[in-house]
Write a protein that binds this ligand. Structure first.
Ligand SMILES: CN1c2c(nc(N)[nH]c2=O)NC[C@@H]1CNc1ccc(C(=O)N[C@@H](CCC(=O)N[C@@H](CCC(=O)N[C@@H](CCC(=O)O)C(=O)O)C(=O)O)C(=O)O)cc1
Ligand SMILES: N[C@@H](CCS)C(=O)O
Ligand SMILES: [Zn+2]
Length: 779
């Protein structure tokens, strides 16, 4: 064992995209062939070392393992899978002659290739980050197949930084994995725990040999209810950490920190406390301070208190955090301060946002400011008075927030305060459905898309120029109208049945609405990684929300004027607007969601007034915000479903309401999807091989449904035959009268050539299956 103690102040991870999205640009250049692998590696090494130097300058101790090596080229779960050699059999040829997986193999797993679908992508806990899902089976061979974790440590040390390498821990790795297609019935990834532990031990030995003092194993899956009993989970945790922390001893391994972000460990805390870990992190923002006896059981294990919120951007309430610290001090031997989660959920630095109102800016802490908050709290350990001035300053800021105009608007409060049950209900579904069929007169298996068409570089550049004042508003509007016209013409040519305007005028499906609603502000550089190279700038929802004027109506009206076919109105739902923004933390989410819902209800009413017959309200984040503990589900689903219904219940029976869900597994919330009472739901399905249609069938889902048959997350063009197969699978499980044909999600991240070709195939597949249905009826 080294004699190094755990650093007093640390963070669990830092944004890896770079202050100016350097990683995004480097990746996209490499993927397009504009740069070489060596150039990408060099850029990323520079990025890592610059961020270590920056964190050192901000006061983290670069010689005491206070700086986590949390970089990833694409995703931290993929990094762990590649380190362990855990790849599905369809990618077996990616290993080189020495059994290693290199950069090309890594990106093939992430993005697929012409013949192979990539790993599935899904939500990382209740966040807007998406990880790649490892696929395991009884035959998966685990072996140390990639040495980046060691190489990066060594290179950083040569540059003067003793970092703390980070890996997803063994129990979470297996719980986050899924059974491979060829795994056989009933296979559970966690059954491979005993096989994966020797490779973790090998990694730890290699890290120790390289001079690593502390390593961070992340176990976030332990804070979420799983499909196994607490006893089974406890046994797995015990097996894993007795093996890695007790049986494997220093100097064979570095000191071990296990982290537990996004919630409370509950009954697993005593298990981890008894496992011989050197340090254990608790999330004390999403979770609560454990009882004294549980803390005392930690003995010599250092408690790393996650007191600073890694997921939201409000300045910390230092008085409340310091009070928690005092309770911890009474019961533990060793105490350090950290963030609740990695900081990759928040942008780099609020000082980059000089355009924000200085009062609002003074309320905010991005990653760099959070480093400061962690250091401040660390100074209070054993000396609470040492931070009295900082505590007073934080309290004054909270008071300014409370008093600030705009935070409470009486007109908005009067509306939410006056809501009655009738505001949340429509006519009965069957009669609506009949009224809608009369108006719409669509063929069986109607084809449509989810809303966005490719956001071309020209569109983004035009918007960037308009923002800089280089392009007049009228000229920008004209360019967007030309794009809408092209998109409508293309859909007519393709023969789609229900059209969209393509969303060219939207920078992002949430930010666009935030820019047009009162109560929000937006950032310029506040980019946060969503997956791979894709980023968003979560908006700041700081005050009461209301609609200043119609937002989407002119664009939708224009698009509808170009075609006889129905054009869907396209809005983002209240839950998704909340989930993908940084939301005020001074009132229940339900109140905020209802404020957003009322603003959308007004927009929907105006769309209907303008002649729009189908209005889609996207709720891709409905599943994302589902609490990690089952006991909290019912309350969440009550208010989230309620806010969707509040937004959509003001329309006539003949107006068809669609919704769209993606990026999650939905089996668990089919009841809630049904309760949304949307007439048609399009839902992600292609990447998970249409698993959802079986859930729908079991549930007896009776509304319209479009299980996405074209996986838009990859440039791969699905053949008409393949799409036809997926559609036939859907027909086998869902009555034809309910079925719609559509891609998995919007097309904004795709380019035109693959979009056109894929949609041609999609329309052809729908026609073929339609014809076969007619034949079978005739036969
Ligand atoms: C559907 N998804 C979304 C999620 N969250 C959101 N907030 N939005 C979503 O759509 N979560 C779940 C899924 C999957 N996640 C994503 C996230 C992000 C993207 C995506 O395509 N992001 C784009 C950025 C989009 C954007 O904000 N565009 C702006 C700014 C564009 C820009 O970079 N401009 C340049 C200048 C122009 C140029 O040189 O190209 C600049 O500012 O420097 C806009 O269009 O105005 C991304 O590129 O990462 C997809 C799915
Ligand atoms: N209407 C949006 C939904 C994405 S989840 C789009 O098509 O991009
Ligand atoms: Zn989607």
């Amino acid at each position: 064992m080294t004699d190094k103690t755990f650093p007093a102040a640390t963070i669990l991870g830092y944004p890896r995209i770079g202050p100016r999205r350097e990683l995004k640009k480097a990746l996209e250049n490499f993927w397009s062939g504009a740069s070489t692998a060596t150039e990408l590696e060099q850029t990323c090494q520079d990025l890592r070392h610059r961020s270590y130097a920056h964190l050192t300058k901000l006061g983290l101790d670069a010689h005491a393992s206070a700086v986590p090596a949390s970089f990833s080229y694409y995703d931290q779960v993929l990094d762990t899978a590649v380190t362990l050699g855990a790849v599905p059999s369809r990618f077996a040829d990616l290993f080189d002659g020495e059994g290693k997986l290199g950069l090309d193999a890594y990106f093939t797993l992430a993005r697929g290739d012409a013949d192979r679908a990539p790993l599935e992508m899904t939500k990382w806990f209740d966040t807007n980050y998406h990880y790649l899902v490892p696929e395991l089976g009884p035959e998966t061979v685990f072996r140390l197949a990639n040495d980046w974790i060691v190489e990066n440590f060594t290179a950083a040390r040569q540059a003067g930084f003793t970092t703390r390498p980070v890996l997803v821990g063994p129990v979470s790795f297996l719980l986050l994995s899924k059974a491979a297609n060829d795994a056989g019935a009933g296979f559970e990834p966690l059954s491979r725990l005993a096989d994966v532990l020797p490779v973790y031990a090998e990694v730890l030995r290699a890290l120790a040999a390289a001079g690593v003092e502390w390593v961070q194993l992340e176990e976030p899956a332990l804070v979420a209810d799983q499909d196994l009993s607490e006893g089974e989970l406890a046994a797995a945790v015990q097996l894993a950490y007795i093996a890695l922390a007790t049986e494997l001893q220093a100097p064979q391994r570095p000191r071990l920190l296990v982290t537990s972000s996004y919630g409370s460990l509950g009954g697993l805390l005593p298990v981890l406390a008894a496992s011989g870990l050197d340090a254990l992190h608790l999330d004390l923002v999403n979770g609560t301070v454990p009882a004294a006896a549980e803390l005392e059981a930690l003995g010599s294990t250092v408690l790393v208190a996650g007191l600073v919120d890694g997921q939201n951007i409000w300045k910390a309430d230092l008085a409340a955090a310091a009070a928690k610290l005092r309770r911890l001090e009474e019961s533990v031997e060793g105490l350090a301060v950290a963030t609740s989660t990695s900081l990759f959920h928040v942008p780099h630095d609020v000082e980059q946002e000089q355009q924000l109102d200085p009062v609002l800016r003074s309320w905010l802490a991005f990653a760099d400011q959070k480093v400061d908050e962690v250091r401040t709290l660390a100074r209070a350990v054993g000396r609470p008075d040492a931070i009295a001035a900082e505590v007073a300053a934080a309290a004054a800021i909270l008071e300014t927030r409370r008093q600030s105009p705009g935070v409470r608007q009486s007109a908005v409060r009067a509306r939410t305060g006056g809501l009655v049950p009738a505001d949340f209900t429509r006519d009965e579904f069957e009669s609506r459905w009949t009224a809608q069929q009369d108006v719409l007169r669509l063929p069986a298996l109607p084809t449509t898309t989810i809303g966005s068409f490719p956001q071309t570089r020209d569109i983004r550049l035009a918007r960037a120029r308009a923002l800089k004042g280089e392009l007049e508003d009228a000229a920008y509007e004209q360019l967007m109208k030309e794009e809408i016209k092209r998109v409508i013409e293309l859909q007519e040519e393709l023969g789609l049945d229900v059209l969209v305007h393509g969303e060219p005028e939207r920078n992002d499906m949430v930010q666009y609405f935030a820019e047009n609603l009162d109560g929000f502000d937006v950032t310029v550089h506040g980019w946060v990684q969503s997956y791979g190279s894709r980023c968003t700038r979560p908006s700041i929802l700081w005050g009461d929300v209301s609609r200043l004027a119609p937002i989407t109506v002119p664009w939708t009206r224009y698009a509808q004027s170009l075609t006889e076919k129905p054009v869907k109105g396209m809005l983002t739902g209240p839950v998704t607007i909340l989930a993908w923004s940084f939301v005020r933390d001074d009132q229940p989410l339900e109140e905020t969601a209802n404020q957003v819902a009322l603003a959308l209800r007004d927009e929907i009413s105006d769309l209907q007034e303008a002649g729009t017959k189908i209005i889609q309200v996207d709720e891709p984040a409905l599943r994302e915000l589902l609490p990690l503990r089952r006991r909290d589900h019912a309350d969440y689903l009550r208010w989230s479903v309620g806010s969707f219904k509040l937004a959509t219940s003001g329309v006539a029976a003949a107006t068809q309401i669609h919704t769209h869900l993606c990026y999650s597994e939905f089996g668990e919330i089919i009841d809630a999807i049904d309760a949304l009472d949307a007439d048609v739901t399009s839902i992600e399905a292609a990447r998970s091989r249409m698993e959802v249609v079986q859930d729908l069938e079991q549930h007896g889902f009776a509304r319209g449904v479009g299980p996405g048959i074209y996986d838009i997350h990859s440039p791969r063009i699905p053949s008409a035959g393949e799409l036809q197969e997926l559609l036939s699978a859907a027909v086998a499980h869902v009555p034809v009268r309910q079925l719609w044909v559509n891609p998995d999600c919007g097309l904004k991240t795709r380019a035109y050539p693959e979009t056109k070709a894929s949609l041609e195939n999609l329309v052809e597949a729908a026609r073929t299956v339609r014809a076969s249905l007619v034949d079978s009826l005739a036969g």
